[in-house]
Design a protein. Structure first.
Length: 200
């Protein structure tokens, strides 16, 4: 019996790519049902591109500053993404608000990770907001992307305690460890569902 093909991931980045690295590391295990087939960055010179190069993954830059409108950029980005025929599109520190058209194009297969326990604290400054609110715990959420900012269906969450004396930076560092664990796991779960659906 032929083994099922691995789920194809295109990862979009804007920076250092630490969550990209989590996917690269997970994909090194042949039992992991996903593989990163391409990386696209909207910024040149970021370390995430170096991570892709070291792993032998094709990577390209599509700078948003060269486009007149957000829609023009997203149209060009979709063309680059589609060229790789991905099963899932992974937002890994991709610092762009995507247009409704782009989100609709990849509905049900566009993933993001957010550093809070959604629906708490969508948007920015999540760690400081959790500390200021006196929360006992914080965390990260992997969710499907919809037009609502940080509002799509939750796939997986991880929780960490907010410790006495925590700063936004110390809390962020503990949350990031959990991000690297749950993001590849969420993609694994979706990939297995897709593979099962194809096999039926």
């Amino acid at each position: 019996m032929r083994a099922a093909a691995r789920c194809r991931l295109v990862v979009l980045i804007s920076g250092s790519g630490s969550n990209l690295q989590a996917f690269i590391d997970a994909s090194a295990d042949s039992a992991y049902p996903c593989e990163v087939v391409a990386v696209i960055s909207n910024r040149a010179g970021v370390f995430g591109l170096e991570r892709a190069a070291r792993a032998g993954i094709p990577a390209e830059v599509l700078e948003h500053t060269t486009f007149a409108t957000r829609e023009d950029f997203d149209t060009a980005l979709a063309a680059r993404v589609d060229a790789w025929a991905p099963d899932l599109v992974i937002l890994a520190g991709f610092m762009r608000i995507l247009t409704p058209g782009f989100v609709a194009r990849y509905a049900g297969r566009l993933l993001n990770i957010h550093p809070s326990l959604l629906p708490k604290y969508p948007g920015l400054h999540t760690h400081q907001r959790a500390i200021d609110a006196g929360d006992a715990e914080a965390g990260a959420t992997v969710h499907l992307v919809t037009e609502e900012l940080d509002g799509g269906p939750v796939i997986l969450q991880a929780r960490v305690p907010v410790l006495p004396g925590d700063s936004a930076e110390t809390l962020a560092s503990r949350v990031l460890v959990q991000e690297h664990r749950i993001y590849p796991e969420a993609a694994r779960q979706l990939a297995l569902q897709r593979i099962a659906g194809v096999a039926e």
